[in-house]
Each structure stands twice: as C-alpha cells, then as structure tokens.
Design a protein around this ligand. Structure first.
Ligand SMILES: Cc1cc2nc3c(=O)[nH]c(=O)nc-3n(C[C@H](O)[C@H](O)[C@H](O)COP(=O)(O)O)c2cc1C
Length: 165
C-alpha cells in the first residue's frame, strides 16, 4: 500500500516552494502551504524574520486546511533562518507535528545551519525525523539535487519497521 504523505512547507522567496513542488510530484503527496496573516516582504520582512528567529518566536499562521492525522507521514519543510528553521514553520510544527504518525524534515539554505535547525525542530516536535533533505544555494536546480531527493523519496516510501502493511 502506498503511504499517504502530507507535505507542509513555508517559503518566503520561493526556493522551498519549488522543492516542495518536486517532492509533491515524486511522492504523489498532498501539499499544505504554511501562510501568515502578515506576509514578509522587503527589508522589513527580513529584519522581522531575523528577530523572530533569534527570539524563538512562533508567529501567527493561517489555520492549516489539512489534518496530518489522516496521513501516514508528515514532511515539514522551509528555509533555514539564522541557523534555525523559519519561525512560521515552528508555529506549524507546534500545532500539528504531534498529530503525525511519522515525521520527516526538508529545507533549503544558503549553505550552513541545516543540521542545527533540524535538531532544534526535532526538539520542538518531541522526536527526531525519520529522514531529512537539505538543498543549499549551489544545488537549487533539480538536476543538482536529484540524487539526494531520490534518497529522501525512497526513505519516505519505505514503511516504518514494524508497521502493519
Ligand atoms: C532572515 C534570513 C536568515 C537566513 N539565515 C540563513 C542561515 O542561517 N543559513 C543559511 O544557510 N541560509 C540562511 N538564509 C538563506 C535562506 O535559508 C535560503 O535563501 C533559502 O533557500 C530561502 O528559502 P525560501 O526561498 O523558500 O524562503 C537566510 C535567509 C533569510 C531571509
């Protein structure tokens, strides 16, 4: 039986949105975009992102439409901000991660901080992810991260040990 997968992502400048689109096709997953009531734009938006992240804020997000309870696995993704996952993603994870039977993380980044950001998000979720995918600024084009994406897809498609399938 094919795992039902929900991809929940946040993206400010579009990199993670494009990656989520590739994953959606590869996994035949359903997608929830995490959105904010006050979208971030320009220098003010970047400054707010830095402050929110450093202060570990969990800013308001619009109510998610999809419930992870109805899926086998939830993959949460977004950009790395100041060595942590983007703060709207933290807001989502706080509300929704506990409802997911299985958990995976993915991110885009400039070039550093992903592992630390995943550790931090795992602590917030109360468990480590089963699989992770990192795409940095030098590997944004699909052909540049094809292998790591396929590894991630295979890991998500593999039923959890002991699962009744
Ligand atoms: C406020 C802010 C902080 C960032 N901090 C980091 C960082 O600590 N490490 C890093 O590698 N990239 C950092 N970046 C770069 C983003 O992670 C990267 O551009 C990402 O692909 C953006 O994803 P998006 O287009 O989905 O928003 C930061 C970007 C912003 C706007």
């Amino acid at each position: 039986m094919t795992a039902r997968i929900l991809l929940a992502y946040y993206s400010m400048s579009g990199h993670t949105r494009e990656l989520a689109g590739e994953l959606r096709t590869a996994l035949q997953a359903e997608v929830e975009e995490i959105r904010e009531p006050h979208p971030r734009s320009g220098a003010g938006g970047i400054w707010r992102s830095v402050v929110d992240t450093v202060l570990r804020r969990e800013p308001p997000i619009l109510a998610p439409a999809l419930d992870p309870t109805g899926y086998d696995l939830l993959a949460i993704g977004g950009p790395v901000w100041v060595g942590r996952m983007a703060s709207p993603l933290r807001s989502y994870a706080r509300r929704m991660a506990a409802r997911a039977p299985r958990l995976a993380f993915f991110c885009t980044e400039g070039g550093r901080g992903a592992e630390q950001a995943f550790d931090d998000l795992g602590r917030l979720c109360g468990r480590a992810p089963e699989a992770t995918l990192v795409v940095d600024a030098r590997h944004l084009r699909p052909e540049q991260h094809r292998e790591s994406l396929q590894r991630f897809v295979r890991a998500l498609r593999t039923p959890r040990a002991g699962a009744d399938r």
